[in-house]
Design a protein around this ligand. Sequence first.
Ligand code: ADP
Ligand code: MG
Length: 359
Amino acid sequence: MAKITLQNLAHSYHTNPSHEDDYALKELNHDWVDGEAYALLGSSGCGKSTLLNIISGLLTPSQGRILFNDRDVTQAPTSERNIAQVFQFPVVYDTMTVRDNLAFPLRNRGADAHYISDRVQKIASMIGMEVTLDKKARGLTADAKQKISLGRGMVREDVNALLFDEPLTVIDPHMKWELRTQLKSLHHEFGHTMIYVTHDQTEALTFADKVAVMYDGRVVQMGTPQELFETPQHTFVGYFIGSPGMNILDAQINGNTAVIAGHAIALGKSYGAPLGKTELGVRPEFVSLSSDGAGLPVTIKRVEDVGRHKIVRADFQGTEINVIAAEGAHISPDMNRVIFDQSGINIYNDSWRIAPQED
Ligand code: ADP
Ligand code: MG
């Protein structure tokens, strides 16, 4: 197991990158703490696989260094990095049995036959394939083959890190939950450093201790699920995490007041007078409806009952503001205002969160 350090790392697929836009991965400095379970979350094309492949050594970065426990491995081939990587689509040997596929990484390292047999049995039970162990991989479904790939990734206990690149994409939805739970228990048992790439926030937030949110080639925030929820450091994190995501409204900020289309909102804290584009972010959980004349004037467009609560879609001068109301809340037509709970307000300057000034 290892701590993984990225120093001034950046990558461009162009031979002569000249502009920031030429970089699929913008300059990045980061430590992945030994033994933690991370998720790398972001939409398609933001650079997740690029980053993972640089860590595993499939790709040499155009700039910067990678260290495993402070040893520079930037130029070391994949085989020397001692990493298990599972990809989006199955990588299995069709002519081998499931058992031999699972045993392969262990045999390759010259493990003892007894150990191999026990370990293969254990992994087969984790991925639910005990009864298929002696079947050839060839005839199996894509779903089953991907489970073998996952099993092969998990079979070695002595790896520096386990990297998963959207490994559940081809897996049946209700098996997904089961496998994710198995990965989590594997993490608890062995304490490997794990990096799990996904574009699905639920997957990321349920799997990981820490989530790195990527946007446009950058890790815009690395934090616990709670930090991503309460203090998104970038408007993208606010918008991407949560369902629905954070409401983000253009606002002029002046000390402890935000002015949104002429309506003043008290912030309770002071933010100075930031220049550039300023926005107020507030999650739907911190917005409530009112009818007593205070707050921003809105028109309720739609109410969606999603079981645990209601999502109210309100319109404020052409901008949608989402409100989360309790399941049993009564929503009446005269509710034509929204009020923001001050504790849930974040202020953004050129898309990055700014902290309030200390008193
Ligand atoms: P993700 O895994 O988050 O979907 P990728 O890391 O695969 O994103 O891709 C990041 C960016 O780099 C995208 O714009 C993608 O088109 C580009 N890219 C990925 N692989 C290559 C490649 N082999 N050659 C050129 N561009 C690539
Ligand atoms: Mg990818």
